[in-house]
Design a protein around this ligand. Structure first.
Ligand code: ATP
Ligand code: MG
Length: 315
């Protein structure tokens, strides 16, 4: 089976900055792949190379076996891009926008109208199709943006953080729309810094940090790779040196990995009862006051914390 997307050893530098460093990834037909990473990790730079908008410093991108470069315009027809910023005409309706962009893609007449109806159904905007974009909410504009990206029925749809800055309800409809794409047989590359979105939508997830793909797999594989049964989140108060000393003392416990968080520490461990007891005992010894403890199963946030020593989001 030919992979929809094959990136091999992609590198992109900007002057001295190595924004993307040796990224290789493959997406199968119908697969939804999540590129999960914090601000500045290199997500947009990676997908700009995948979509042929930016030349790689090194490495190759192939879509359906054909190499993508900024000059290779016909191979790019297999890709639909939904950019991070809204790219729609505000004084036109959704249908008029879709007509305009559809014609640019070479669609015409009844085939174009039918495809517009289909995409409006996927993003749940059919009943608002006649309204001008400037009367839409932020979430509706993003859904209209998604409709534009998928209008020409691309084999691979690339979405760059489509839920940033939208309210929870719109976010939910965007996620539902994207889940529909997978079931329609389209391969999807989805970038996000929200681990819940990656967990909910993606068949496979690549974790990217400082330009490098540091882990890849299904959610279950990534969490299993952590090798710990529990995630213990401790909220603690104390002076910075006291907190530092307390975390260092916890890090000496066998089978416990400690990550500093803004509010205390995040511990991956095999035995949560013993770890919670040790956290309290060592807090007393180091002049740290514990104000909350939460025990949960490890998730992608734990994976990220323990691979990078920092959280996905600034808390
Ligand atoms: N055109 C450019 N010139 C110089 N530096 C750039 C350029 N584009 C991106 N960078 C840098 O490359 C790094 C990766 O940026 P990129 O936009 O790919 O990150 P991102 O993961 O998409 O982040 P975000 O979640 O904030 O969108 C950053 O340090 C950024 O400042
Ligand atoms: Mg980005």
């Amino acid at each position: 089976m030919t992979a929809v997307l094959e990136c091999a050893h992609l590198v992109r530098t900007f002057g001295d900055l190595r924004a993307v460093e040796d990224v290789s990834l493959t997406i199968a037909p119908g697969e939804t792949y999540g590129l999960l990473g914090p601000n500045g990790a290199g997500k947009t730079t990676t997908i700009s190379m995948i979509c042929g908008l930016l030349a790689p410093t090194a490495g190759t991108v192939r879509v359906l076996g054909r190499e993508i470069t900024p000059a290779a315009s016909d191979a790019k027809a297999a890709i639909g891009l939904v950019p991070q910023d809204i790219a729609l005409y505000p004084d036109l309706s959704a249908r008029e926008n879709l007509r305009f962009f559809g014609r640019l893609q070479g669609l015409r007449g009844a085939a174009l109208e039918a495809r517009i109806d289909e995409t409006l159904d996927v993003v749940g905007l059919r009943d608002r199709a006649k309204d001008r974009i400037d009367t839409y909410s932020g979430g509706m504009k993003r859904r209209a943006n998604i409709a534009v990206g998928m209008l020409h029925a691309p084999t691979l749809l690339v979405l760059d953080e489509p839920t940033v800055g939208v309210d929870p309800q719109s976010r939910n409809s965007i996620l539902e729309a994207i889940a529909n794409l997978g079931t329609a047989g389209m391969a999807v590359l989805y970038t996000t810094h929200y681990m819940e979105e990656a967990e909910r939508l993606c068949d496979r997830i690549g974790i990217i940090d400082v330009g490098r793909l540091i882990a890849e797999g299904t959610r279950a594989e990534l969490v299993a790779g952590l090798g710990s049964a529990s995630r213990v989140t401790v909220r603690a108060e104390g002076t910075a040196p006291a907190l530092e000393a307390w975390r260092a003392a916890l890090a000496t416990l066998p089978g416990v990995t400690v990550s500093a968080t803004a509010t205390g520490a995040d511990l991956a461990c095999a035995d949560s009862t013993a770890t919670v007891a040790a956290a309290f005992q060592r807090a007393g010894a180091h002049g740290v006051a514990i104000s909350g403890v939460e025990v949960a199963a490890p998730d992608l946030e734990s994976v990220f914390l323990h691979l990078t020593g920092k959280g996905l989001r600034d808390e």
